[in-house]
Design a protein around this ligand. Structure first.
Ligand code: GUN
Length: 295
């Protein structure tokens, strides 16, 4: 079997067109324009590239967007002050602090300082807790993008065996919690695998839907995938430089071999990545709508 390749770029384009229309409706109805601030500490090339993409998309969709570039040596106190400033800024509905942060800054303390109503990254403990009990307000953007990709590709999740490889707070844990909920586009049986899992392949081979966020280039090989599985590759590994001087990327899945076995697969780049940015915009629009309605 040769897999159907789901273009995250195409799906993201459709979702963005809808968001742009909804931004116009919100502005017309309430005078509110969604406002997003992205805070970048230091100059990690991957983070710079992600934040640039988020800012560009926000502007394209008609958002009010602010970019805060801070030096790698910024103190934790100064960063917390900056967050407090935007918590109190009525023109800003969403605050995103790009991760990872430098070692001298306590990431948990920083994420906890963001007003949960402006936590469009969905990483505040209150929003993660709400997600766990099926009362989510903001889903973390990458898991949200994965769920939308599965839905738009027509993948049946109800009763499916889902295997997630990776247990990060950013992807593995939240996508597992989302797909286990008794609701539409979820209702799956979920297994979460990680670095201490014994015989990883025995789990991945059972998966109807395999979601890989392991952070290791081509960690999933064809022999680890069931015939006809749906494979979602969240990995972004920099493996060199293209002749044009751009970063050469590959996923956590051996794409060329696995696409001959899977029924559906996402590429890297152009799979989950564009959806992550798009769902950040969806969350920011929602935060602005909530603010406009005084919720
Ligand atoms: N770094 C990599 N992915 C993410 C994300 O989704 N949110 C934030 N804030 N930082 C990231």
């Amino acid at each position: 079997m040769t897999a159907r390749i789901i273009s995250g770029t195409e799906v993201a384009k459709q979702v963005r067109e809808r968001i742009a229309r909804e931004v116009l409706v919100l502005r017309e109805r309430t005078g509110v324009t969604p406002g997003l601030v992205t805070i970048l500490v230091g100059d990690n090339p991957a983070s710079v590239s992600y934040v640039t993409g988020k800012q560009r998309t926000a502007r394209e969709l008609g958002f009010h967007s602010v970019q805060e570039d801070q030096p790698a040596g910024i103190s934790e106190e100064r960063l917390l002050e900056l967050i407090a400033k935007y918590n109190n800024d009525p023109a800003i509905h969403g605050i995103l602090v790009q991760l990872p942060l430098p070692k001298h800054i306590d990431e948990t303390r920083v994420l906890n300082a963001i007003d949960p109503d402006k936590d469009v990254d969905g990483l505040h403990p209150m929003n993660l807790g709400r997600l766990m009990i099926g009362e989510a307000r903001f889903y973390p953007c990458t898991p949200f993008g994965i769920r939308e990709l599965l839905a738009m590709a027509g993948v049946q999740t109800k009763g499916a065996e889902v295997v997630v490889v990776g247990r990060s707070n950013l992807v593995g844990k939240p996508i597992s919690m989302m797909l286990v909920q008794k609701e539409a586009n979820a209702d799956a049986t979920v297994t979460m695998c990680h670095t201490s899992t014994r015989d990883l392949a025995s789990h991945t081979r059972r998966a109807d839907i395999l979601i890989v966020a392991a952070g290791r280039a081509r960690a999933i090989t064809a022999d680890m995938v069931k015939d006809g599985a749906v494979v979602i590759d969240v990995g972004v590994n920099r493996i060199g430089v293209t002749p044009e001087g751009k970063a050469k990327l590959c996923g956590d899945v051996d794409f060329e071999a696995v696409k001959e076995k899977a029924s559906v697969i996402t590429p890297v780049p152009g799979g989950v990545g564009p959806m992550t940015i798009t769902m950040l915009m969806q969350n920011t629009l929602k935060a602005a709508e909530m603010a406009a309605e005084g919720k």
